[in-house]
Design a binder for this molecule. Structure first.
Ligand code: CUA
Length: 314
């Protein structure tokens, strides 16, 4: 840990922290200067223009164009600076590198499961490599949670039936705390996770020590589910069945019956599994596919990962 932070912000340990903190302190110091200026002027005028004897009547007030223009123009400029700066930072916080190391997060009452690309799982402790962008793909088993790592200035909601993502790039080795930041029941305050940042050359070893292999890695879980639930209608060899083939499906543009075209990304596949009647692909019968909303989050994620592995057959 680089420093212990200030009374306003904890220590910063990610690539976005300097930008985030600079914006915070800009707003903070501008507010301090305005507050002190307004209060000091108010006290001075209250003293200077106080009523000096009971018969005194105030002079009529003349308008002062320079003062009126300045109290419109200066705050407008300040607000525009904060908006453009804040918007830029917001975009940076929301845009992760395609090469990011991807970790699956599942929140539940009351804890966190983390699943890594090598098929290892940790509970209530997150292991990440230093100086490498990390993307968390998050879902909830039950109610709304929120994953918050103050030291990384990283924070996003974790919702049932929807995947959300957030990213950060740790810049300091050490152990930090992640909080649930959405009130989710009696143990909400204990819904914590330790975040361990390791040097890149040690990361795989440390993760292997801390984690347990999952019973069935996501793509294999997806393959098994496909065999049990999907293969009657969806082939994996490119041939057309009752429904479209899964081969080469991921990332392709899908023309819908209602005229829209959507890309078959993770959210599209998730929606098709849970609510297949909402987006029927052109050329296929409506209302044939049942909803598979009874699959749990990991099973849906498994199917998505499995479909990603299926290239189009030539
Ligand atoms: Cu989970 Cu609060």
């Amino acid at each position: 840990m680089s420093d212990s932070g200030t009374i306003w912000l904890p220590e910063g340990a990610s690539s976005i922290a300097p930008e985030f903190d600079a914006l915070f302190y800009f707003v903070f110091w501008v507010s301090v200067v305005i507050f002190v200026g307004v209060v000091a002027t108010m006290l001075y005028f209250a003293y200077k223009y106080r009523r000096k004897n009971p018969s005194e009547r105030p002079e009529p007030v003349e308008e002062n164009t320079a003062v009126e223009v300045s109290w419109v123009v200066i705050p407008t400029i300040l607000v525009l600076i904060v908006f453009t700066w804040g918007f830029q930072t917001y975009v940076n916080m929301g845009t992760s590198s395609p090469e990011a190391y991807e970790i699956r997060v599942e929140g539940y009452q009351w804890g966190w499961d983390f699943e890594y690309p090598n098929g290892v799982e940790t509970v209530n402790e997150l292991h990440v490599p230093k100086d490498r962008p990390v993307r968390l793909t998050m879902t909830s088993q039950d109610v709304i949670h929120s994953f918050f790592i103050p030291a990384f200035r990283a924070h996003y909601s974790v919702l049932p039936n929807r995947r959300t993502t957030m990213w950060f790039e740790p810049t300091e080795e050490g152990t930090y705390t992640a909080y649930c930041n959405e009130y989710c029941g009696t143990q909400h305050a204990q819904m914590l996770a330790d975040v361990h940042v390791h040097p890149q050359d040690e990361f795989e070893d440390r993760l292997a020590e801390a984690g347990e292999p999952v019973d069935l890695p996501l793509p294999e879980l997806g393959a098994r589910l496909h065999e049990q639930r999907c293969q009657q209608c969806h082939s994996i060899d490119g041939s057309d069945g009752v429904g479209p083939t899964f081969a080469g499906l991921f990332g392709r543009d899908r023309p819908l019956q209602d005229g829209r075209t959507v890309e078959a990304d993770e959210d599209y596949i998730r929606n098709m599994i849970i609510a297949p009647t909402e987006m029927v692909v052109e050329g296929y019968p409506e209302g044939v596919m049942p909803s598979f909303a009874n699959l749990d989050e990991r099973e849906i994620e498994g199917l998505i990962e499995y479909i990603k592995t299926l290239d189009e057959e030539e």
